[in-house]
Ligand binder design. Structure first.
Ligand code: CA
Length: 225
């Protein structure tokens, strides 16, 4: 696999952007920089990137709005750069479907590791045998195409939300702890904390709750305190 994947770095601090640029290129990615949100959206439109690294404090529109506009167009993975606790809470609390976040100051190596982890998740090996998990009559998770359908209608999920749902569905009948979910969905190399699991489960409930009786999955698989 020798095709370079493009990463868009949307960050107005040139020192940080250059640093990320250097490390991403060193890891074999093609990196493109945008110092404003609007420019970032343009680059995303033009270059079909594999992922966007998105700062929240930008000079024109903030990272949350950029993410909303990215989400309105498709399923591009987004790694947020956050500067303050308040921003982390918003990243986790909003229904933006951020795929991950890193808090400043960060090590560029950590960013590269996160980027690789997100991209790995986005390209699961094609499963052997049945790749569609059906729950009841109305609900289907297509693992190969990464699509969720409720009563025949597609449900838009962020990368991690999909992974979490697929993991829960694949483990029906097994009670999973938050730590098991973190390990199984986020991976053992993930540094974050438990509340990330809670937030993603909440988002899934919001998106899917009305669509189906998810008791099958939620009741057995996971309980939020
Ligand atoms: Ca900034």
């Amino acid at each position: 696999m020798s095709v370079e994947q493009t990463i868009i770095v949307i960050e107005d601090d040139p020192n940080i952007a250059d640093l990320l640029d250097t490390y991403l290129r060193g890891a074999g990615f093609r990196a493109l920089q945008a110092a404003t949100g609007e420019r970032g959206l343009e680059l995303i439109e033009q270059h079909a990137p594999a992922l966007a690294i998105l700062d929240i404090g930008l000079p024109d529109i903030d990272g949350f709005d950029v993410c909303r506009r990215i989400r309105a167009k498709g399923a591009l993975p987004v790694l947020f750069l956050t500067a303050r606790d308040g921003e982390i809470d918003r990243v986790l609390g909003l229904e933006l479907g951020a795929d991950d976040y890193v808090t400043k100051p960060f090590s560029p190596r950590e960013i590269v590791a996160r980027v690789k982890a997100i991209l790995r998740r986005g390209q699961p090996p094609a499963p052997v045998g049945a790749s569609v998990i059906h729950i009841g009559d109305d609900f289907a998770i297509d693992l190969a195409r990464r699509e969720v359908r409720a009563k025949g209608q597609p449900v838009a999920l962020a990368t991690r939300e999909f992974d979490l749902l697929a993991h829960l569905a694949a483990n029906q009948g097994i009670a999973l702890s938050r730590q098991q979910l973190l390990d199984g969905v986020w991976g053992a190399d993930w540094y974050g904390d438990d509340r990330t699991v809670d937030v993603h489960v909440r988002q899934l409930r919001k998106k899917l709750g009305d669509e189906l009786a998810l008791a099958t999955v939620w009741g057995i698989g996971y309980r939020l305190g």
